[in-house]
Write a protein that binds this ligand. Structure first.
Ligand code: ADP
Ligand code: ZN
Ligand code: ZN
Length: 803
């Protein structure tokens, strides 16, 4: 008989990264299972902490050790299944994170509960005291609102064992219920009741008539509305024994708008080849990764939808990941249009309750298609038939906090576990994925033309240095302005993209050159016109816009640079008749704002959609025939090995928004680097040439995908402590690693100080270092011991950038 449970406790330190053994109390022995959350005493003080049962064991090695017992069990059924537990173990090892952090990452927020303290009287508590403290209740919530005098009394009583204190989980992910009404008598009995009603009791008569005709339960609010009854009439009905009321569980509905049902399209030959290959893998239970490389508008989504349909026909479930910013109602609508209520959606816009409901629908197998952003890769799907990663090159698939996982890697892991294909789709695959296809590790599927036979849009590149020689300073070149005017006249729509949010809208003094910077970070503050404040994008620091220079007191303090708001203002000046919708972090902050703005644009209530990168992906508006990129260069200037790749991808993606339907599209790219290969090849939309060119450079510089990389960052409030620590780490690693490993740094972080902490970093590039993982875990546990002094160390395996 099982007597012990190994529990991963919620104390994220290195020392507790392995399971602790607890005795299972008799009352839980039959029901306890791995994957359930429990409350256990931990450490010398017996502090109550939450944990997850890792596994059950029959015997302990050393029977003489007295083990603590599990306090209580938090879940009636496991919240994590065997697959996800195994995945957590793998994640912890590959991302250098704590197992408990990985386990928690997989759970919806609603299940990351806090504790509540409850007080219960014991038999020895005198009756008068019980009356005073508890009244009619059999227990009392001991929270912050309890008066200090009462707290003192409770503490005394607890010491005298006249009350006991227990801990319960404050369950935020409560189940939403509605009241249901159904007849409690037979129709004949109800008819008798109706016959004996006093004259004029019209409402009660109406209610009885309804109950006689309807034996099925009905939601009380629906019934009230339908018959125009009040709640009290229904109460009377219950009191008279005519009907019974009960609570039924309901799901919150995260879909705000209805969708139109669609049918499978007739595939073109390239799409058919792709669908056949993927379906074959699903049917044969092959975990082949596919790289679906299709130009923008080539109908990748239709391929996804038809492979999902095949998966459902096989009785299996499907998972489709999309980047958060393209999780627009458009893509969700397309999946829902095909699969209706079988679709569950997971994204950051959901409330904790909505997310919890979607999670439970998936876990119970009621939702068979899951669409979601990065963390949806952990959806509790039991029987996967296909996994799709749309726009697989997107940087947002990598989580920047612990655990620093890449959703694509997790998808590939799950594909192997479930023996199902993983489809990585993109018009501009990451170099890593394209290189793996080159080595036959992924099977490449090509969609080289647009689905509707429309040509790819004509792209022109405008040299902004030339432009500035002839004009006063403006965000718009003559070519772009002409094209915009042309669209206005023809009643067609345009997209305008401004790279990066609030791009360098900083404040500078014209007299002394002073730039307003953040007091906590080494970075200038960004101007936000909507809130009329200066904000730090790193730590959130906010202050009013200055009217005088804080340095020389001059009044000549001015705004520089270009933000979406400034561009919008200039657009209104140049094209007063144009209707403009601005889409950036500021205008989409409120729930549903993103969806509303896109809907307005889709309904042609505006001529121009002006936005940041968030408009680059996933949008499919037939009337858009012009795409303008205001500043193609911002990413190119960054000291990052992926700078060209990012720029190429972004330009190709945004260009792909033009001319997707019957009308041909045009793209105007404004740049200060017109001859840069990333821009020239984006102009030709020649991904393959870009791949060849970029691979050469990566090879020469020993960069991924030729080399693996890991980035180490240390930070401390005292600069010298951080600097010393990173140098010690370098020395320690030099003795462990082979001479083939390349160390970049140590250097101060790209922003040396963030939120009052100083950052130093080191990048290790390597091909094969069997000792590396152990060495890094050793570093982590050493840092753990020192961390009380504030030094922090972060390890990022396969970082997205070296900055
Ligand atoms: P991608 O995801 O590759 O950018 P989409 O899936 O959005 O491309 O397809 C672009 C357009 O082509 C959409 O409007 C879609 O409905 C249409 N389309 C896709 N496949 C077909 C097909 N086989 N026949 C007709 N139209 C198609
Ligand atoms: Zn000044
Ligand atoms: Zn700051």
């Amino acid at each position: 008989m099982t007597q012990y449970a190994e529990v991963i406790v919620d104390v994220p330190t290195m020392q507790t990264n392995t399971p602790y053994t607890y005795v299972i109390p008799a009352e839980f022995q039959e029901m306890l299972q791995p994957g359930m959350r429990v409350v256990v005493p931990f450490g010398n003080g017996g502090r109550k902490v939450q944990g997850v049962v890792w596994q059950l064991i029959d015997q302990v090695e050393d029977a003489t050790v007295t083990l603590k017992a599990i306090d209580t069990v938090m879940d009636p059924a496991p919240v994590l299944d065997a697959e996800l537990m195994q995945l957590a173990d793998w994640l912890a090892k590959t991302t250098y994170a704590f197992t408990i952090t990985c386990l928690q990452t997989m759970l919806p927020n609603a299940l990351k509960a806090n504790y509540e303290k409850w007080v219960t009287p014991t038999a020895s508590l005198p009756e008068e005291t019980r009356q005073v403290l508890f009244g009619q209740q059999d227990r009392l919530l001991w929270d912050d609102d309890v008066a200090p005098a009462v707290v003192k009394q409770l503490m005394r009583l607890a010491k005298q064992q006249q009350v006991t204190v227990s801990y319960a989980v404050q369950n935020k992910g409560h189940v939403k219920t509605v009241t249901m009404v159904k007849p409690a008598l037979t129709p004949a009995e109800l008819q008798a009741a109706r016959a004996s009603l006093r004259k004029g009791a019209l409402k009660q008569e109406q209610l009885l008539t309804y109950l006689i005709d309807h034996s099925k339960p009905v939601q009380q609010t629906v019934l009230e509305k339908q018959l125009g009854l009040s709640a009290s009439t229904i109460k009377t009905g219950e009191a008279n024994g005519w009907l019974s009321r009960s609570q039924a569980e309901v799901y919150r509905d995260p879909f705000q708008s209805a969708v139109t049902t669609t049918k499978a399209l007739q595939l073109n030959p390239d799409q058919q080849t792709a669908v056949d290959a993927i379906n074959q893998a699903t049917d044969d239970q092959q975990s082949t990764p596919f790289l679906l490389q299709g130009v923008t508008g080539s109908g990748k989504t239709e391929v996804y939808l038809q492979t999902i349909a095949n998966t459902l026909a096989q009785g299996k479930q499907a998972l489709m990941l999309v980047p958060e910013i393209s999780l627009t109602p458009q893509i969700v609508g397309r999946v829902r249009g095909r699969f209706g209520r079988q679709v569950a959606v997971l994204h950051s816009g959901l409330s904790a309750g909505e997310r919890f409901d979607e999670w439970r629908r998936i876990s119970r197998g009621e939702a068979r298609v899951v669409v979601g952003a990065r963390s949806a890769v952990f959806a509790p799907i039991k029987n996967l038939g296909v996994i799709i990663v749309d726009e697989e090159h997107e940087a947002s698939y990598k989580q920047e906090d612990n655990p620093r996982y890449h959703a694509r890697d997790v998808a590939l892991w799950r594909g192997r576990y479930h023996h199902c294909p993983v489809v990585l789709g993109s018009a501009t695959p990451s170099l890593e994925s394209r290189a793996r296809a080159q080595k036959q590790r992924y099977q490449r599927l090509l969609l080289p033309t647009r689905a509707n036979q429309q040509a790819l849009p004509e792209v022109s590149v405008v040299d902004m240095t030339e432009e500035l020689k002839h004009h006063k300073e403006s965000n718009f070149s003559t070519a772009l302005m002409t094209a915009l005017k042309d669209r206005l006249e023809r009643g067609e729509q345009s997209l305008l993209m401004l790279n990066r949010r609030g791009f360098s809208s900083f404040v500078m003094c014209r007299d002394c050159g002073f730039v307003l910077t953040c007091p906590n970070c080494d970075i200038s503050l960004t101007l936000h016109m909507d809130t009329k404040t200066m904000k730090c994008h790193y730590c959130g620091h906010e202050e009013p816009i200055p009217h005088r220079c804080p340095n020389c007191k001059s009044r000549h303090i001015r705004y520089y640079g270009t933000g979406t708001q400034k561009v919008e203002a200039e657009l209104h000046e140049l094209l007063p008749e144009a209707r403009v919708i601005r889409m950036d972090v500021d205008t989409t902050r409120r729930k549903g704002a993103h969806e509303r703005l896109l809907k307005q644009f889709g309904a042609h209530q505006a001529d121009i959609l002006l936005g940041t990168q968030m408009i680059a992906k996933g949008l499919d508006f037939p009337d858009v025939t012009l795409v303008g990129v205001l500043n193609a260069d911002t990413a190119l200037g960054l000291p990052d090995f992926r700078a060209s790749e990012r720029t190429f991808q972004l330009l190709t993606q945004v260009s792909g928004r033009a001319g997707r339907a019957k009308k041909a599209g045009e793209v105007v790219i404004q740049t200060y680097n017109p001859d840069h290969y990333a821009i020239q090849l984006a102009k030709r939309q020649d991904y393959e040439q870009f791949f060849v060119r970029e691979m050469h450079l990566r090879h020469r510089g020993n960069y991924p995908p030729y080399y693996f990389a890991v980035k180490l960052t240390v930070s401390d409030e005292t600069e010298s402590v951080a600097a010393t620590a990173i140098h010690q780490i370098v020395q320690q690693l030099q003795t462990t690693l082979s001479p083939n490993a390349i160390m970049l740094g140590p250097t101060p972080g790209a922003i040396a100080r963030i939120n009052k902490r100083y950052y130093y970093q080191l990048v290790i590039k390597y091909k094969q270092e069997p000792q590396l993982q152990t060495a890094l875990f050793k570093l982590l546990s050493q840092a753990q011991r020192k961390s009380r002094s504030g030094l922090q160390i972060a390890i990022d395996n396969n970082p997205m950038s070296f900055m």
